[in-house]
Design a binder for this molecule. Structure first.
Ligand SMILES: NC(=O)c1ccc[n+]([C@@H]2O[C@H](COP(=O)([O-])OP(=O)(O)OC[C@H]3O[C@@H](n4cnc5c(N)ncnc54)[C@H](O)[C@@H]3O)[C@@H](O)[C@H]2O)c1
Ligand SMILES: O=c1ccn([C@@H]2O[C@H](COP(=O)(O)OP(=O)(O)O[C@H]3O[C@H](CO)[C@@H](O)[C@H](O)[C@H]3O)[C@@H](O)[C@H]2O)c(=O)[nH]1
Length: 477
């Protein structure tokens, strides 16, 4: 089928590349010329494992191209995906101006052939009808002899950054919202290879499940609500385990063991129960806020969702509280951050907990150093101009009074903590993701503090802290 994807951020690019991989003819459109040039040269503008490989293979077969010419792409395609950003406005509601601009472009360029307009962006509930109205009003202004025919379908995206290719070819479900049987049947045809797991083999894709993918068909509003509900539920699940971690720390229980104990109950499930210094990224924060805002617009006070956000706001600064418990005054101290991105296997810093942590450490007068495998120059975010970005583990820890593990990058599990402990003023590790082995760290000479779990090892550090006229409070976990 002939497909055009408008907006080549994470979602648009992955969608376009994956649809091309299963044999569709795909044109990806973006209004950022520099980005389009990069993609035309076969390079992915985002870091995502496996993406470049599949992108280059689809381009070499001739069924994937990139352009800034939106009108030609629209006119030549049967299925048009809207995949532009919907960031949060300062009020918390979703900024839909990019979706509106694309809807206008579609109304301006749509021709006689029947088309399906697919909303892949996460949009406020009711946007499907709104997009249809915008397209119709643009068409009316053209005074055409024959009115172009189209339908709008909501097809929310559930991929995770860092495993986007795997998630696209191994979805738990495909959600299609709309009331046109013609449009829904074209969408089912489009996704048939994914539903049937008939994907051309590629090392980057991983092992496909044997079962066919459930396709959930709904009305437009329900499909749009499913997207917000899924992200809000997952964020609430993490805030729940984080709240529990705070209780565990106080009563002397270990939240990692508690999560295992509850996660084996199939009604609860073991995923998204990893306690830490809070959830972030380009989706959870803005989508939970947008749902709270929608509820508010319709006269409902979404109390549980507001609590989910409150717990997360506190959790993002928990590492500072723990640093103060061991180091007392942070002014003049040096803190090293292991990781900056909101999760591993991405270079995305959007709404990353590291940003709040750096702001607060700056406010308290601490010096901040950081090491992230993918963030090694300050242009990624303005806050990084206040941070010493290091490119080696030695460079990071040298002269530090404490470390905070912010992102659970796999390489952090393999660092030589015996050597690193020797280079620090005081070898203290706040493990913000409960990712490291507490006993290994303690044996290496670290004073290890996790999130909602017992501390480990302190004899060597106690001596050094005493030397610095400090003392360790053993109840810091
Ligand atoms: N990032 C994710 O992991 C993820 C997952 C699921 C759903 N979503 C949702 O998907 C949507 C897109 O997210 P993203 O992170 O890919 O966005 P993004 O902001 O990274 O990228 C959007 C792209 O659209 C382009 N664009 C903007 N206006 C345009 C126009 N008029 N014409 C052509 N191109 C235009 C921009 O140049 C940019 O490249 C959002 O609604 C988001 O909530 C994102
Ligand atoms: O047990 C957990 C799991 C995740 N996180 C944090 O939660 C955030 C989000 O993680 P994740 O969901 O893996 O990343 P995203 O790529 O933002 O994906 C989410 O947001 C996307 C955009 O809407 C959706 O498509 C995905 O289904 C949804 O998982 C990150 O800060 C993680 O560190 C935890 O703290 N504990």
């Amino acid at each position: 089928m002939r497909v055009c994807v408008i907006g080549t951020g994470y979602v648009g690019l992955v969608t376009g590349v994956c649809l091309a991989h299963i044999g569709h003819d795909v044109i990806c459109v973006d209004n950022n010329e520099a980005k389009v040039k990069v993609m035309q040269s076969g390079t992915s503008p985002i870091y995502e494992p496996g993406l470049s490989e599949i992108m280059q293979s689809a381009m070499s077969k001739g069924n994937l191209e990139f352009t800034t010419n939106v009108s030609t792409a629209i006119a030549n395609s049967q299925i048009l995906f809207i995949a532009v950003g919907t960031p949060a406005l300062p009020t918390g509601e979703s900024d839909t101006r990019y979706v509106e601009a694309v809807a206008r472009s579609i109304g301006f360029a749509i021709n006689g052939e029947y088309k399906v307009i697919v909303n892949k962006s996460t949009v406020p509930i009711g946007s499907g009808d709104w997009v249809r109205q915008i397209i119709n009003s643009e068409i009316e202004q053209r005074n055409l002899d024959t009115t172009p025919q189209f339908d709008v379908v909501s097809n929310p995206e559930f991929l995770r950054e860092g495993s986007a290719i795997y998630d696209t070819f191994n979805p738990d479900r495909i959600v299609l919202g709309g009331n046109s049987s013609e449009a829904l049947s074209l969408m089912k045809e489009l996704y048939q290879p994914i539903v049937e797991r008939a994907i051309p083999a590629n090392d980057a894709i991983g092992k496909l499940s044997a079962e066919t993918v459930p396709v959930v068909t709904t009305d437009l509003n329900s499909a749009e609500t499913i997207k917000y509900a899924a992200n809000s539920f997952l964020a609430t699940k993490i805030s729940f385990i984080n709240e529990l971690a705070n209780i565990c720390g106080r009563v002397g229980a270990d939240v990692v063991q508690v999560a295992q104990g509850i996660g084996l109950d199939s009604r609860i499930g073991n995923k998204f129960l990893q306690a830490g210094i809070g959830w972030g990224g380009s989706c959870f924060p803005k989508d939970v806020s947008a749902l709270i805002h929608t509820a508010d617009d319709y006269g409902y006070d979404a109390q549980l969702l507001k609590a989910t956000v409150r717990v997360n706001t506190t959790q993002r600064l928990l590492a500072v509280e723990k640093l103060q418990q061991v180091l007392k005054i942070l002014k003049g101290k040096t803190v090293g951050l292991l990781g900056l991105t909101f999760k591993p296997d991405t270079d995305d810093l959007r709404d990353a907990p590291a940003i709040n942590l750096i702001e607060e450490l700056n406010r308290l007068g601490a010096k901040v150093k950081a090491y992230d495998p993918l963030i090694q120059s300050p242009e990624h975010h303005s806050i990084l101009s206040t941070v010493d970005l290091e490119t080696t583990p030695d460079g990071l820890v040298n002269g530090c009074d404490a470390l905070v593990l912010v992102t659970n990058w796999q390489e952090f599990a393999n660092w030589d903590y015996v050597q690193l402990a020797k280079q620090m003023n005081t070898p203290i590790m706040i493990d913000g993701r409960n990712y490291l082995d507490a006993n290994v760290l303690a044996a290496a000479g670290f004073y290890y503090i996790g999130i909602g779990r017992p501390t480990a090892g302190n004899s060597l550090v106690t001596k050094r802290l005493q030397h610095n006229s400090l003392s360790i409070d053993n109840k810091v976990a």
